[in-house]
Write a protein that binds this ligand. Structure first.
Ligand code: 5GP
Ligand code: ZN
Length: 114
């Protein structure tokens, strides 16, 4: 999706504070951090929301979850972290390219949108 902001970041057309990249994923710091550690992991493949993910995306989603603790640990969330995927309007999703929030670096409140 050429006009999708996270596709543009994944292509390198827009700058980001990148912390990790491989063939399938990019991870970068959230521009408006809600915690001392606030990183977004995105698949390079454009999937608009978790609700749009299909059975063929299951291995990709699994690898994205597997990646999260590694990135959290390496970027200052050694004592634990929270993962969030906001989905759709009621979920508070603002960017319609699937992304996994990683939040940590301090104890988090019991509920936090992101
Ligand atoms: P959502 O509400 O869709 O789950 O979260 C979108 C997140 O993307 C927000 O936390 C917002 O701060 C972040 N964000 C939006 N635009 C940009 C951007 O251009 N660069 C970075 N690094 N983060 C962004
Ligand atoms: Zn996209």
């Amino acid at each position: 999706m050429s006009d999708c902001i996270f596709c543009r970041i994944a292509r390198g057309d827009l700058p980001s504070n990148k912390v990790y990249e491989d063939e399938e994923f990019l991870a970068f710091k959230d521009i408006h951090p809600q915690a001392p550690v606030h990183i977004l992991i995105i698949p390079k493949k454009h999937i608009s929301t978790l609700a749009e993910a299909s059975a063929e995306d299951v291995p990709l989603l699994g690898r994205m979850l597997e990646l999260a603790p590694r990135i959290a640990r390496e970027h200052g969330a050694e004592e634990g972290f929270r993962t969030i995927i906001n989905t759709g309007r009621h979920g508070g999703q603002e960017v319609y390219h699937l992304h996994l929030h990683i939040l940590g670096g301090q104890p988090l409140p019991a509920m936090l949108k992101h």
